[in-house]
Write a protein that binds this ligand. Sequence first.
Ligand SMILES: C[S@@+](CC[C@H](N)C(=O)[O-])C[C@H]1O[C@@H](n2cnc3c(N)ncnc32)[C@H](O)[C@@H]1O
Length: 247
Amino acid sequence: MAGQETVHSAGRAGHIRSFVRRQGRVSNAQQRYHEEMMASIGVPYRMARVDLDALFGRAAPRIVEIGFGMGETSAAIAAAHPENDYLGIEVHTPGVGSLCKLVAERGLQNLRIIQHDAVEVLRDMLEPASLAGVHLFFPDPWPKKRHQKRRLLQPVFLALLASRLQPGGYIHCATDWEDYAQQMLAVLMAEHLLENTASGYAPRPDYRPLTKFEQRGLRLGHGVWDLVFRRRQESLQTENNRQDQLA
Ligand SMILES: C[S@@+](CC[C@H](N)C(=O)[O-])C[C@H]1O[C@@H](n2cnc3c(N)ncnc32)[C@H](O)[C@@H]1O
């Protein structure tokens, strides 16, 4: 993606970052909503588990969205599903400001934001088996061969994601890059905690709205691939037994 970069070394982060920090222009509105809203709906990153019931003020299914971009999809899904709670994770300030604005304009009560690297948020802040779902929509494709190690959906991160799902919880990925779709399918199929809900790629679930960018791509004949996997029901006991044996 364009913009100025500060490339963080894997050494400092402990893992290869899937993003570069961009200085991208923040509009006045994005800045204002960021300042006003993050005080109430923003959750600062900490190396400690977050109490999701306390955060949302209720018990409800919790769905994490990783890399929400400008947040249009996140706001549309949260508005259409008031019965669920949504936790959006994004590093890019204009995007966070944009979603803050949508939350304020629509009066959404069921959406919170963490502005930080999703790898660290999932690892440090979220309890195992705490999520009903994970959305990973159009993650940065890193198309150049030498950059592909930055792609977010890799086996180690997927194992972490799968561990945060409740048994029966789902992970839904979408991409418009065919070779990333193939990589996603292979990585998801190889994760023993998960099973495919489809045979191969899944039809787009109704809750995921078509983005403008995607509509344009589809008109031009470009493909989009959805993948929906679930955490196996029996996986929690198996995983607990495995941890006991390792202890
Ligand atoms: C190609 S954009 C897609 C945005 C959005 N999901 C959509 O469908 O339009 C990918 C987004 O993921 C964010 N991102 C990449 N790696 C991330 C990470 N490790 N943690 C949080 N956000 C990340 C980027 O800042 C960017 O906004």
